[in-house]
Design a protein around this ligand. Structure first.
Ligand SMILES: NC(=O)c1ccc[n+]([C@@H]2O[C@H](COP(=O)([O-])OP(=O)(O)OC[C@H]3O[C@@H](n4cnc5c(N)ncnc54)[C@H](OP(=O)(O)O)[C@@H]3O)[C@@H](O)[C@H]2O)c1
Length: 311
């Protein structure tokens, strides 16, 4: 089977397409024929630098957190899935590695059946943004109908999910993005858009119940005057000042949540997708063999929603 492998940290040139043996599922595992995977914003960093995926060399030789594909074989104890099920999900750090044609995952992993009307690529694009934004907005932000939200980085994978989820919770959403992404962010349901290339979003008289910085380009200090009295600042990228101001400024490593909770969240997002309240956002598609181009594009930090690898 084809896979993208890396054995040392470095530039895109460390990524190599290789032929590996096809895995065999254990009793509680399913074997998934992957049709689409996502190149997430964090993947180029994990390729280039030690840290999340090992210190001396990559602990997992294959990158990729998100996948969609068909169950090709099930272990003899598996009850949740059958051969032929079309599934999608998130590996978490423990099972990392979706830039590959076949992958075994325990049936208890963060995988669910995909809605029938979306493609594998669309399904693979869902978990990154949804599994990040949902715990931020619902669990940390305690989002409520009628609240005013400001979403920074509204055009990225996390931001496009956050806009749609916030709208589905009945909030009034203002998205911050650049000129070329205004139409996208409005189409996703934002009530107002601030173009950060022509306007400083902090220069406003509006106050927000939740400010969610999906791209980690702001700080609590810069945003605090925009918050209502009980307002909360949320960010995907924690800084020292966030850690010191935990009551008003919250962050989370959503990848570390229990698979059981991620499964519940994916079922919840499936209901939104099925009722057409939530739509996948895909910027570009690359073939597995174009993985270097895909990484080069994603590491620029300008993608609109998600970048997909097709297999
Ligand atoms: N804490 C967690 O658990 C967690 C989970 C997932 C992701 N993350 C992190 O969250 C960050 C965002 O992830 P992502 O996947 O959404 O990233 P992404 O898709 O790469 O974000 C790119 C988007 O951000 C926009 N952007 C860049 N600078 C901006 C600015 N100053 N103001 C407003 N928008 C700006 C870009 O639009 P323009 O091209 O128009 O500038 C682009 O559309 C990443 O650093 C990722 O590692 C954290």
């Amino acid at each position: 089977m084809r896979a993208v492998v890396y054995e040392r940290f470095g530039s895109v040139d460390v990524l190599e397409v290789r032929d590996l043996p096809k895995p065999k599922p254990k009793d509680h595992e399913v074997l998934i024929r992957i049709h689409a995977a996502t190149v997430a914003a964090e993947d180029p960093g994990m390729r280039a630098s030690r840290g999340l995926n090992g210190i001396r060399k990559p602990k997992h030789p294959i990158l990729g957190f998100y996948l969609a594909g068909e169950v090709e074989e099930v272990g003899k104890e598996v009850t949740r899935f059958q051969v032929g099920d079309q599934v999608y999900g998130n590996t978490g750090l423990r099972l990392l590695g979706t830039y590959v044609e076949y992958k075994c995952m325990p049936e208890s992993a963060a995988i669910v059946k995909k809605p029938d009307h979306i493609t594998y690529a669309e399904a693979a694009s869902i978990p990154n943004g949804a599994l990040t934004s949902l715990p931020f907005l619902r669990d940390l932000g305690k989002i409520k109908r009628g609240q005013k939200l400001l979403i920074l980085g509204a055009s990225g994978a996390v931001g496009t999910a956050a806009v749609q989820l916030a709208v589905s919770f009945g909030a009034e959403v203002t998205g911050v993005c650049s000129t070329s992404n205004i139409d996208l962010v409005k189409r996703l349901g934002a009530d107002n858009v601030i173009d950060y290339s022509t306007q400083d979003f902090t220069e406003t008289k509006h106050r927000y119940d939740i400010i969610f910085d999906a791209v980690g380009k702001s700080s609590y200090g810069r945003c605090k005057n925009l918050l209502t009295e009980k307002g909360v600042y949320l960010t995907t990228i924690p800084t020292a000042s966030n850690i010191l101001r935990r009551k008003k400024s919250k962050f989370s490593a959503t990848g570390l949540r229990a698979d059981r909770k991620k499964v519940q969240d994916l079922h919840f997002v499936n209901t939104l997708i099925e009722s057409q309240v939530y739509q996948p956002v895909i910027d570009r598609y690359y073939a597995l063999e174009q993985i270097k181009e895909a990484h080069s594009y994603v590491e620029k930090g300008r993608k609109k929603g998600n970048v997909i690898i097709t297999l």
